[in-house]
Design a binder for this molecule. Structure first.
Ligand code: PGA
Length: 268
């Protein structure tokens, strides 16, 4: 890519907070209000912000951030739009609740709920059909990294998890090494850059199928590829300003408004 191209095609960073199974009403609302207030007082800070609270808080958090420019997302969706699936929530319901994003295939869903690439692909497709942006998560375990399988694992997960019809406007990829999630450990910047470059290349190949490599590459350049796994205010600048890193999926540090905001500012 030419330097001039970068100016026009590099997407704005997306800083996404994955609250996981944290937050009762009072804490969640205080956090959301603090972030909304920061956005309102700052104006356009140059990044896009997203919060993904637990299902139980979506309605109230949606109201608290309404009009602030912060987007609302969910941490999962079911692959069907309705029916006999006790305990599940569909993309149609999320859309109805004001969500614009749904995380799919997070490693905790893949491990705790035995979600395969095929399930993740169906969930991403369900999100797309409801007009939601699917944040498709991929990443290797510690054992896979130790055995040198990082690139092949990520390649396989991307091939199996991205649905037909995926595009830069309806899909975000989150690279989250499983061993880095919640551990305080992160890959070195060179390793993050290597995986993100691979992700963009694989996305270009997949999205170019039947349309030509040029179209695939254009879509891939415009697609946001987030890094996730122990992002905090101290390491955000070196990880999030790497080539091919277009923001972060933040777990623990997204539960504190000041830390989450600092991470966002360091993504620029
Ligand atoms: P962490 O979680 O920031 O707490 O490591 C990231 C994630 O699982 O999305």
């Amino acid at each position: 890519m030419q330097a001039g191209d970068t100016m026009t095609v590099t997407p704005r960073p997306l800083i996404a907070g994955n609250w996981k199974m944290n937050g009762l009403r009072e804490d969640g609302l205080a956090l959301a209000r603090a972030l909304a207030e920061r956005v309102r007082s700052t104006g356009d800070a140059g990044f896009d912000m997203l919060v993904c609270p637990p299902f139980t808080l979506l309605a109230e958090i949606g109201l608290a951030i309404d009009g602030s420019g912060i987007a609302l997302g969910a941490q999962d969706c079911h692959q069907e739009q309705q029916g006999a699936h006790t305990g599940d929530v569909s993309a149609a319901m999320l859309n109805d609740m004001g969500c614009r994003y749904a995380i799919v295939g997070h490693s905790e869903r893949r491990s705790d709920h035995a979600e395969t690439d095929a399930v993740v692909e169906s969930k991403a497709g369900a999100a797309h059909r409801q007009g939601l942006v699917a944040i498709v998560c991929v990443g290797e375990t510690g054992d896979e990294r130790d055995s040198g399988a990082t690139l092949s694992v990520v390649t396989r997960q991307l091939a199996g998890s991205l649905p037909d019809g995926a595009s830069a406007s309806n899909t975000v990829i989150a690279y989250e090494p499983v061993w880095a999630i919640g551990t305080g450990r992160t890959p070195c910047p060179d390793d993050v850059a290597e995986v993100h470059a691979l992700v963009r290349d694989r996305v270009a190949a997949k999205l170019g199928l039947g349309k030509g490599r040029g179209e695939g590459e254009a879509q891939a350049r415009a697609m946001r590829i987030l890094y996730g796994g122990s992002v905090n205010p101290s390491n955000a600048a070196e990880l999030l300003t790497l080539d091919d890193v277009n923001g972060a999926l933040v777990g623990g540090a997204s539960l504190k408004a000041d830390d989450f905001w600092s991470i966002a500012e360091r993504s620029l």
